[in-house]
Design a protein around this ligand. Sequence first.
Ligand code: P70
Length: 459
Amino acid sequence: MHGPVEPFKIKVVEPVKIPSEKRRQEAIREAGFNTFLLLSEDVFIDLLTDSGTSAMSDNQWAGMMLGDEAYAGSKNFYNLEKAVQDVLGYKYMVPTHQGRGAEHLMSKNLIKPGQLVPRNMYFTTSKLHVELPGGTMPDIIIDEAHDPENTHPFKGNIDLNKLQKLIDEYGAEKIAYINVEMDVNMAGGQPVSMENLRKVYEFANKEHKLKVIFDATRSSENAYFIKDREKGYEDIPIIDILREMMSYSDGCIYSAKKDCLVNIGGFLATHDKEIFEKTRSEVVVYEGLHTYGGMAGRDMEAVARGLREGTQYEYLKYRINQTRYLGELLIKENIPVVKPIGGHAVFLNALKFLPHLPREQWPAQTLSAAIYEDSGVRSMERGAVSKGRDKITGENIFPKLELVRLTIPRRVYTNTHMEYTAESIIRLYERKDTIPGLKMVHEPKYLRFFQSRFEQVNL
Ligand code: P70
Protein backbone atom coordinates (compact mmCIF):
# COMPACT_ATOMS: atom_id res chain seq x y z
CA MET A 1 0.00 0.00 0.00
CA HIS A 2 1.12 3.55 -0.65
CA GLY A 3 1.84 6.26 1.91
CA PRO A 4 -0.16 9.52 2.08
CA VAL A 5 -0.56 11.02 -1.39
CA GLU A 6 1.10 14.40 -1.98
CA PRO A 7 -1.30 17.14 -3.17
CA PHE A 8 1.49 18.77 -5.23
CA LYS A 9 4.14 17.91 -7.78
CA ILE A 10 7.83 18.76 -7.51
CA LYS A 11 9.24 21.59 -9.66
CA VAL A 12 12.69 22.21 -8.18
CA VAL A 13 14.94 19.68 -6.47
CA GLU A 14 17.95 20.03 -4.18
CA PRO A 15 20.40 17.12 -4.38
CA VAL A 16 21.30 15.37 -1.11
CA LYS A 17 23.76 12.57 -0.51
CA ILE A 18 24.48 10.01 2.19
CA PRO A 19 27.92 10.63 3.73
CA SER A 20 30.08 7.53 4.07
CA GLU A 21 30.02 5.61 7.34
CA LYS A 22 33.54 6.85 8.10
CA ARG A 23 32.53 10.49 7.51
CA ARG A 24 29.43 10.11 9.70
CA GLN A 25 31.55 8.78 12.55
CA GLU A 26 33.98 11.69 12.21
CA ALA A 27 31.25 14.29 11.78
CA ILE A 28 29.32 13.41 14.94
CA ARG A 29 32.55 13.46 16.97
CA GLU A 30 33.55 16.83 15.49
CA ALA A 31 30.06 18.04 16.52
CA GLY A 32 30.57 16.90 20.13
CA PHE A 33 27.67 14.42 19.71
CA ASN A 34 25.31 17.38 19.36
CA THR A 35 23.22 17.29 16.17
CA PHE A 36 22.85 21.10 16.29
CA LEU A 37 26.60 21.31 15.64
CA LEU A 38 26.65 19.07 12.54
CA LEU A 39 27.28 20.71 9.19
CA SER A 40 24.21 20.58 6.99
CA GLU A 41 26.47 19.17 4.24
CA ASP A 42 27.05 16.09 6.40
CA VAL A 43 23.33 15.40 6.78
CA PHE A 44 21.31 13.16 4.45
CA ILE A 45 17.74 13.58 5.76
CA ASP A 46 17.34 16.60 8.01
CA LEU A 47 14.65 16.02 10.63
CA LEU A 48 16.17 18.45 13.12
CA THR A 49 13.24 20.82 12.87
CA ASP A 50 10.15 21.83 10.92
CA SER A 51 11.10 25.46 11.53
CA GLY A 52 12.05 27.46 8.45
CA THR A 53 12.72 24.24 6.54
CA SER A 54 9.53 23.92 4.49
CA ALA A 55 9.26 24.07 0.70
CA MET A 56 7.48 27.17 -0.57
CA SER A 57 4.91 26.95 -3.37
CA ASP A 58 5.14 28.54 -6.81
CA ASN A 59 2.60 31.09 -5.56
CA GLN A 60 4.83 32.00 -2.61
CA TRP A 61 7.92 32.29 -4.84
CA ALA A 62 5.97 34.48 -7.24
CA GLY A 63 5.07 36.66 -4.25
CA MET A 64 8.77 36.98 -3.36
CA MET A 65 9.28 38.80 -6.67
CA LEU A 66 6.69 41.33 -5.59
CA GLY A 67 8.65 42.35 -2.51
CA ASP A 68 8.21 46.06 -1.80
CA GLU A 69 11.41 46.88 0.04
CA ALA A 70 10.42 50.39 1.10
CA TYR A 71 11.65 51.15 4.61
CA ALA A 72 8.19 52.35 5.62
CA GLY A 73 4.68 51.39 4.54
CA SER A 74 5.59 48.35 2.38
CA LYS A 75 2.63 46.89 0.43
CA ASN A 76 3.58 43.45 1.70
CA PHE A 77 3.05 44.54 5.31
CA TYR A 78 -0.57 45.38 4.53
CA ASN A 79 -1.02 42.06 2.71
CA LEU A 80 0.29 40.29 5.79
CA GLU A 81 -1.90 42.32 8.11
CA LYS A 82 -4.93 41.42 5.98
CA ALA A 83 -3.99 37.72 5.96
CA VAL A 84 -3.72 37.73 9.77
CA GLN A 85 -7.12 39.43 10.02
CA ASP A 86 -8.74 37.02 7.56
CA VAL A 87 -7.21 33.76 8.77
CA LEU A 88 -6.79 34.36 12.50
CA GLY A 89 -9.31 37.12 13.10
CA TYR A 90 -6.97 39.42 15.04
CA LYS A 91 -7.36 43.10 14.30
CA TYR A 92 -3.79 44.17 15.12
CA MET A 93 -0.45 42.68 14.02
CA VAL A 94 3.17 43.59 14.81
CA PRO A 95 5.76 41.88 12.56
CA THR A 96 8.96 40.41 14.04
CA HIS A 97 11.96 38.60 12.57
CA GLN A 98 10.73 35.24 13.97
CA GLY A 99 8.74 33.82 16.87
CA ARG A 100 11.14 34.66 19.68
CA GLY A 101 11.13 38.33 18.64
CA ALA A 102 7.38 38.33 19.31
CA GLU A 103 7.89 36.42 22.58
CA HIS A 104 10.37 39.06 23.69
CA LEU A 105 7.96 41.96 23.02
CA MET A 106 4.97 40.22 24.58
CA SER A 107 6.77 39.08 27.76
CA LYS A 108 8.60 42.32 28.31
CA ASN A 109 5.37 44.31 28.20
CA LEU A 110 3.09 41.98 30.13
CA ILE A 111 5.25 40.47 32.90
CA LYS A 112 6.36 42.15 36.14
CA PRO A 113 9.17 40.60 38.25
CA GLY A 114 7.85 37.80 40.48
CA GLN A 115 4.79 37.06 38.33
CA LEU A 116 3.71 33.68 36.98
CA VAL A 117 2.90 32.71 33.41
CA PRO A 118 1.20 29.30 33.60
CA ARG A 119 1.42 27.34 30.35
CA ASN A 120 0.51 23.94 28.92
CA MET A 121 4.10 22.69 29.10
CA TYR A 122 7.16 24.85 28.58
CA PHE A 123 8.86 25.61 25.31
CA THR A 124 12.54 26.53 25.51
CA THR A 125 12.54 30.06 24.06
CA SER A 126 9.12 30.86 25.53
CA LYS A 127 10.27 29.90 29.02
CA LEU A 128 13.45 31.94 28.72
CA HIS A 129 11.51 35.01 27.59
CA VAL A 130 9.24 34.67 30.63
CA GLU A 131 12.23 34.33 32.94
CA LEU A 132 14.23 37.25 31.53
CA PRO A 133 11.75 39.91 32.80
CA GLY A 134 11.59 38.07 36.16
CA GLY A 135 8.67 35.67 35.67
CA THR A 136 8.31 31.90 36.13
CA MET A 137 6.41 29.39 34.05
CA PRO A 138 4.47 26.75 36.01
CA ASP A 139 3.19 23.77 34.01
CA ILE A 140 -0.61 23.38 33.88
CA ILE A 141 -0.95 20.76 31.14
CA ILE A 142 -3.11 17.69 31.90
CA ASP A 143 -1.18 14.80 33.52
CA GLU A 144 -1.80 12.57 30.48
CA ALA A 145 0.66 14.72 28.50
CA HIS A 146 3.57 13.49 30.63
CA ASP A 147 2.85 9.85 29.81
CA PRO A 148 4.13 8.82 26.35
CA GLU A 149 1.80 5.78 26.26
CA ASN A 150 -1.41 7.67 27.04
CA THR A 151 -3.54 8.10 23.88
CA HIS A 152 -5.77 10.99 25.01
CA PRO A 153 -6.86 12.74 21.74
CA PHE A 154 -6.14 16.25 23.11
CA LYS A 155 -3.05 15.76 25.21
CA GLY A 156 -2.22 19.47 24.91
CA ASN A 157 -5.22 20.47 27.06
CA ILE A 158 -4.92 22.66 30.12
CA ASP A 159 -5.92 21.23 33.51
CA LEU A 160 -8.23 23.88 34.96
CA ASN A 161 -7.78 22.43 38.45
CA LYS A 162 -4.06 23.13 38.26
CA LEU A 163 -4.85 26.69 37.23
CA GLN A 164 -7.36 27.10 40.06
CA LYS A 165 -4.76 25.82 42.53
CA LEU A 166 -2.26 28.45 41.40
CA ILE A 167 -4.87 31.17 41.84
CA ASP A 168 -5.82 29.84 45.31
CA GLU A 169 -2.19 29.71 46.35
CA TYR A 170 -0.86 32.97 44.88
CA GLY A 171 -3.90 35.09 43.98
CA ALA A 172 -4.92 36.11 40.46
CA GLU A 173 -2.86 39.31 40.61
CA LYS A 174 0.33 37.24 40.73
CA ILE A 175 -0.49 35.84 37.29
CA ALA A 176 0.73 37.96 34.36
CA TYR A 177 -1.32 36.01 31.80
CA ILE A 178 -2.21 32.47 30.85
CA ASN A 179 -0.17 31.10 28.00
CA VAL A 180 -1.69 28.41 25.79
CA GLU A 181 0.40 26.65 23.17
CA MET A 182 -1.25 25.07 20.14
CA ASP A 183 -0.21 21.58 19.08
CA VAL A 184 2.12 21.40 22.08
CA ASN A 185 5.65 20.91 20.80
CA MET A 186 7.42 19.41 23.83
CA ALA A 187 4.50 17.05 24.59
CA GLY A 188 4.90 15.50 21.14
CA GLY A 189 2.94 17.86 18.88
CA GLN A 190 -0.29 17.25 20.82
CA PRO A 191 -3.38 19.40 20.15
CA VAL A 192 -5.65 21.40 22.43
CA SER A 193 -9.40 20.95 21.98
CA MET A 194 -11.77 23.79 21.17
CA GLU A 195 -13.74 22.94 24.28
CA ASN A 196 -10.65 23.38 26.41
CA LEU A 197 -9.74 26.71 24.75
CA ARG A 198 -13.27 27.97 25.35
CA LYS A 199 -13.26 26.90 29.00
CA VAL A 200 -9.83 28.37 29.71
CA TYR A 201 -10.90 31.70 28.24
CA GLU A 202 -14.15 31.78 30.19
CA PHE A 203 -12.34 30.88 33.39
CA ALA A 204 -9.55 33.40 32.89
CA ASN A 205 -11.32 36.28 31.31
CA LYS A 206 -14.78 36.20 32.82
CA GLU A 207 -14.03 34.87 36.30
CA HIS A 208 -10.62 36.35 37.00
CA LYS A 209 -10.01 39.15 34.48
CA LEU A 210 -6.82 37.44 33.39
CA LYS A 211 -5.47 37.72 29.87
CA VAL A 212 -5.01 34.66 27.67
CA ILE A 213 -2.12 34.77 25.24
CA PHE A 214 -1.62 31.97 22.71
CA ASP A 215 1.55 30.57 21.25
CA ALA A 216 -0.27 30.04 17.97
CA THR A 217 2.82 28.77 16.15
CA ARG A 218 1.28 25.47 15.03
CA SER A 219 -2.37 26.55 15.17
CA SER A 220 -3.29 25.39 11.65
CA GLU A 221 -2.12 21.87 12.48
CA ASN A 222 -4.03 22.07 15.77
CA ALA A 223 -7.13 23.15 13.81
CA TYR A 224 -6.81 20.04 11.62
CA PHE A 225 -6.87 17.83 14.72
CA ILE A 226 -9.98 19.64 15.99
CA LYS A 227 -11.71 18.98 12.66
CA ASP A 228 -10.55 15.37 12.69
CA ARG A 229 -11.24 14.53 16.34
CA GLU A 230 -13.69 16.91 17.99
CA LYS A 231 -17.41 16.37 17.74
CA GLY A 232 -19.26 19.09 15.88
CA TYR A 233 -16.27 20.31 13.83
CA GLU A 234 -16.22 17.63 11.09
CA ASP A 235 -17.84 19.91 8.53
CA ILE A 236 -16.40 23.26 9.59
CA PRO A 237 -13.70 24.76 7.29
CA ILE A 238 -10.21 25.00 8.87
CA ILE A 239 -10.21 28.79 8.58
CA ASP A 240 -13.44 29.06 10.60
CA ILE A 241 -12.00 26.72 13.23
CA LEU A 242 -8.90 28.92 13.44
CA ARG A 243 -10.92 32.08 13.89
CA GLU A 244 -12.98 30.50 16.61
CA MET A 245 -9.79 29.30 18.36
CA MET A 246 -8.28 32.79 18.32
CA SER A 247 -11.51 34.33 19.61
CA TYR A 248 -10.70 32.64 22.93
CA SER A 249 -7.58 34.75 23.45
CA ASP A 250 -6.46 38.33 23.87
CA GLY A 251 -3.53 37.90 21.55
CA CYS A 252 -0.81 35.56 20.34
CA ILE A 253 2.80 35.23 19.41
CA TYR A 254 3.44 33.36 16.17
CA SER A 255 6.53 31.83 14.60
CA ALA A 256 5.69 31.88 10.88
CA LYS A 257 8.52 29.43 10.19
CA LYS A 258 6.24 26.46 10.75
CA ASP A 259 2.61 26.49 9.52
CA CYS A 260 3.16 29.45 7.13
CA LEU A 261 5.54 27.36 4.98
CA VAL A 262 8.30 29.97 4.89
CA ASN A 263 11.97 30.09 5.81
CA ILE A 264 11.84 33.11 8.14
CA GLY A 265 9.34 35.39 9.84
CA GLY A 266 6.99 35.87 12.75
CA PHE A 267 4.56 38.27 14.34
CA LEU A 268 2.54 39.18 17.36
CA ALA A 269 -1.21 39.64 16.88
CA THR A 270 -3.92 40.83 19.21
CA HIS A 271 -7.52 41.95 19.66
CA ASP A 272 -6.32 44.32 22.40
CA LYS A 273 -5.46 47.91 21.44
CA GLU A 274 -3.32 48.48 24.52
CA ILE A 275 -1.08 45.44 23.89
CA PHE A 276 -0.81 46.57 20.27
CA GLU A 277 0.19 50.14 21.12
CA LYS A 278 2.79 49.04 23.67
CA THR A 279 4.43 46.38 21.51
CA ARG A 280 4.31 48.50 18.36
CA SER A 281 6.18 51.28 20.07
CA GLU A 282 8.84 48.81 21.20
CA VAL A 283 9.26 46.79 18.02
CA VAL A 284 11.29 49.67 16.58
CA VAL A 285 13.89 49.25 19.35
CA TYR A 286 14.50 45.51 18.94
CA GLU A 287 13.31 44.36 15.52
CA GLY A 288 12.81 47.16 12.98
CA LEU A 289 10.16 49.64 11.90
CA HIS A 290 6.57 48.56 12.67
CA THR A 291 5.89 47.88 8.99
CA TYR A 292 8.66 45.26 8.63
CA GLY A 293 9.85 44.17 12.09
CA GLY A 294 13.04 42.50 10.84
CA MET A 295 11.58 40.88 7.73
CA ALA A 296 12.25 41.92 4.14
CA GLY A 297 9.17 42.95 2.15
CA ARG A 298 9.45 39.73 0.12
CA ASP A 299 9.49 37.66 3.32
CA MET A 300 6.29 39.31 4.53
CA GLU A 301 4.65 38.49 1.19
CA ALA A 302 5.68 34.83 1.46
CA VAL A 303 4.31 34.68 5.03
CA ALA A 304 1.02 36.33 3.96
CA ARG A 305 0.53 33.81 1.15
CA GLY A 306 1.75 30.88 3.24
CA LEU A 307 -0.58 31.67 6.13
CA ARG A 308 -3.55 31.30 3.77
CA GLU A 309 -2.11 28.31 1.88
CA GLY A 310 -1.31 26.42 5.08
CA THR A 311 -5.00 26.24 5.98
CA GLN A 312 -5.96 24.19 2.89
CA TYR A 313 -7.57 20.98 4.05
CA GLU A 314 -6.00 18.66 1.44
CA TYR A 315 -2.55 19.97 2.26
CA LEU A 316 -3.02 19.61 6.04
CA LYS A 317 -4.43 16.12 5.66
CA TYR A 318 -1.35 15.01 3.70
CA ARG A 319 0.96 16.77 6.13
CA ILE A 320 -0.45 15.22 9.30
CA ASN A 321 -0.71 11.82 7.65
CA GLN A 322 2.90 11.85 6.50
CA THR A 323 3.99 12.32 10.10
CA ARG A 324 1.64 9.53 11.14
CA TYR A 325 3.02 7.30 8.36
CA LEU A 326 6.51 7.46 9.85
CA GLY A 327 5.09 6.92 13.34
CA GLU A 328 3.14 3.85 12.30
CA LEU A 329 6.14 2.26 10.56
CA LEU A 330 7.88 2.46 13.95
CA ILE A 331 4.90 1.37 16.05
CA LYS A 332 4.56 -1.76 13.88
CA GLU A 333 8.04 -2.80 15.03
CA ASN A 334 7.33 -1.95 18.68
CA ILE A 335 9.66 1.03 18.77
CA PRO A 336 8.75 3.17 21.83
CA VAL A 337 7.24 6.43 20.53
CA VAL A 338 4.99 9.09 22.04
CA LYS A 339 1.34 8.29 21.30
CA PRO A 340 -0.81 9.43 19.65
CA ILE A 341 1.53 10.53 16.85
CA GLY A 342 1.57 14.34 16.86
CA GLY A 343 1.34 16.94 14.13
CA HIS A 344 4.86 18.00 13.24
CA ALA A 345 7.05 15.17 14.47
CA VAL A 346 7.44 11.63 15.71
CA PHE A 347 8.99 11.52 19.17
CA LEU A 348 11.04 8.52 20.33
CA ASN A 349 10.91 7.66 24.02
CA ALA A 350 14.63 7.45 24.81
CA LEU A 351 14.08 6.12 28.35
CA LYS A 352 12.49 3.01 26.89
CA PHE A 353 14.76 2.83 23.87
CA LEU A 354 17.98 2.93 25.93
CA PRO A 355 16.93 1.66 29.38
CA HIS A 356 20.52 0.68 30.23
CA LEU A 357 21.58 4.36 30.39
CA PRO A 358 21.16 6.45 33.58
CA ARG A 359 19.56 9.91 33.13
CA GLU A 360 22.97 11.48 33.84
CA GLN A 361 24.23 9.93 30.59
CA TRP A 362 21.62 11.80 28.53
CA PRO A 363 19.73 8.96 26.79
CA ALA A 364 17.95 11.24 24.27
CA GLN A 365 21.14 13.04 23.31
CA THR A 366 22.81 9.66 22.92
CA LEU A 367 20.03 8.26 20.76
CA SER A 368 19.91 11.31 18.52
CA ALA A 369 23.68 11.06 17.88
CA ALA A 370 23.44 7.30 17.28
CA ILE A 371 20.69 7.72 14.66
CA TYR A 372 22.87 10.17 12.76
CA GLU A 373 25.85 7.86 12.90
CA ASP A 374 23.76 4.94 11.63
CA SER A 375 22.09 6.61 8.65
CA GLY A 376 22.85 10.32 8.25
CA VAL A 377 19.36 11.23 9.55
CA ARG A 378 19.47 14.28 11.83
CA SER A 379 17.03 14.51 14.75
CA MET A 380 16.84 16.67 17.89
CA GLU A 381 17.18 15.94 21.62
CA ARG A 382 14.06 17.04 23.55
CA GLY A 383 14.72 15.97 27.12
CA ALA A 384 16.94 16.92 30.04
CA VAL A 385 19.55 18.74 27.96
CA SER A 386 16.80 20.97 26.55
CA LYS A 387 15.12 21.45 29.92
CA GLY A 388 18.26 22.90 31.53
CA ARG A 389 18.91 23.60 35.19
CA ASP A 390 16.67 24.74 38.02
CA LYS A 391 16.70 28.53 38.17
CA ILE A 392 17.22 28.54 41.95
CA THR A 393 19.17 25.39 42.91
CA GLY A 394 21.22 25.18 39.70
CA GLU A 395 20.63 21.40 39.59
CA ASN A 396 19.87 19.56 36.34
CA ILE A 397 16.14 18.93 35.92
CA PHE A 398 15.19 15.51 34.58
CA PRO A 399 11.71 15.85 33.03
CA LYS A 400 9.47 12.80 32.64
CA LEU A 401 9.74 13.11 28.90
CA GLU A 402 13.21 12.25 27.59
CA LEU A 403 12.58 12.32 23.86
CA VAL A 404 14.20 12.41 20.44
CA ARG A 405 12.23 14.42 17.91
CA LEU A 406 12.08 13.34 14.26
CA THR A 407 10.62 16.55 12.88
CA ILE A 408 9.11 16.54 9.43
CA PRO A 409 9.69 19.63 7.26
CA ARG A 410 6.57 20.45 5.23
CA ARG A 411 6.43 19.28 1.57
CA VAL A 412 10.17 18.50 1.57
CA TYR A 413 10.73 14.77 2.00
CA THR A 414 9.03 11.85 0.27
CA ASN A 415 7.45 8.84 1.88
CA THR A 416 10.54 6.85 0.80
CA HIS A 417 12.61 9.16 3.00
CA MET A 418 10.26 8.27 5.86
CA GLU A 419 10.80 4.55 5.16
CA TYR A 420 14.59 4.97 5.09
CA THR A 421 14.42 6.78 8.45
CA ALA A 422 12.22 4.10 10.01
CA GLU A 423 14.58 1.35 8.83
CA SER A 424 17.55 3.04 10.48
CA ILE A 425 15.75 3.36 13.81
CA ILE A 426 14.50 -0.22 13.71
CA ARG A 427 18.04 -1.43 12.98
CA LEU A 428 19.38 0.61 15.89
CA TYR A 429 16.73 -0.75 18.24
CA GLU A 430 17.95 -4.28 17.51
CA ARG A 431 21.44 -3.39 18.78
CA LYS A 432 20.43 -0.80 21.38
CA ASP A 433 22.42 -2.45 24.21
CA THR A 434 25.67 -1.70 22.39
CA ILE A 435 25.12 2.08 22.39
CA PRO A 436 27.32 3.89 24.97
CA GLY A 437 26.05 6.94 26.90
CA LEU A 438 27.47 10.48 26.93
CA LYS A 439 28.90 12.96 29.40
CA MET A 440 28.55 16.72 28.96
CA VAL A 441 31.92 18.42 28.58
CA HIS A 442 30.83 21.94 27.57
CA GLU A 443 27.73 23.75 28.78
CA PRO A 444 26.72 27.25 27.63
CA LYS A 445 24.73 29.54 29.93
CA TYR A 446 21.61 30.10 27.78
CA LEU A 447 19.62 27.46 25.84
CA ARG A 448 22.44 25.01 26.40
CA PHE A 449 21.13 22.37 24.00
CA PHE A 450 22.15 24.46 21.00
CA GLN A 451 25.89 24.48 21.73
CA SER A 452 26.69 21.93 24.45
CA ARG A 453 29.30 19.27 23.69
CA PHE A 454 29.58 15.65 24.80
CA GLU A 455 31.98 12.70 24.90
CA GLN A 456 31.20 8.99 24.92
CA VAL A 457 31.54 7.12 28.22
CA ASN A 458 32.58 3.46 28.32
CA LEU A 459 29.74 0.95 28.46
C1 P70 B 1 11.50 24.09 16.75
C2 P70 B 1 11.54 25.60 16.59
C3 P70 B 1 10.29 27.36 17.71
C4 P70 B 1 9.17 27.80 18.53
C5 P70 B 1 8.14 26.90 18.90
C6 P70 B 1 7.10 27.35 19.71
C7 P70 B 1 6.01 26.43 20.12
C8 P70 B 1 8.04 29.50 19.79
C9 P70 B 1 9.11 29.12 18.99
C10 P70 B 1 10.16 30.14 18.67
C11 P70 B 1 12.92 26.19 16.65
C12 P70 B 1 13.64 25.90 17.92
C13 P70 B 1 13.68 26.84 18.92
C14 P70 B 1 14.33 26.55 20.11
C15 P70 B 1 14.91 25.31 20.27
C16 P70 B 1 14.92 24.39 19.27
C17 P70 B 1 14.28 24.69 18.09
N1 P70 B 1 10.58 26.16 17.51
N2 P70 B 1 7.08 28.63 20.13
O1 P70 B 1 12.35 23.45 16.12
O2 P70 B 1 10.04 30.55 17.35
O3 P70 B 1 12.18 29.76 16.30
O4 P70 B 1 10.69 31.42 15.16
O5 P70 B 1 12.00 32.07 17.14
O6 P70 B 1 8.15 25.63 18.49
O7 P70 B 1 10.62 23.55 17.43
P1 P70 B 1 11.31 30.96 16.44
